[in-house]
Design a protein around this ligand. Structure first.
Ligand SMILES: [Zn+2]
Length: 47
């Protein structure tokens, strides 16, 4: 698994994120980093 450390430092998940923030974060994360899979619950919401 590859971690994009730089991206993570610049894109921290906010504390107590809203659902929208989580979705946006995971979308951006999937594009920029492959350290972990998008949770199924988030994937389902993107469909
Ligand atoms: Zn990552």
């Amino acid at each position: 698994m590859k971690i994009n450390k730089e991206w993570h430092l610049k894109n921290k998940m906010p504390k107590n994120p809203t659902l929208k923030q989580r979705i946006e974060w995971h979308k951006a994360h999937a594009k920029n980093c492959a350290c972990r899979e998008m949770p199924k619950s988030i994937k389902a919401l993107l469909r």
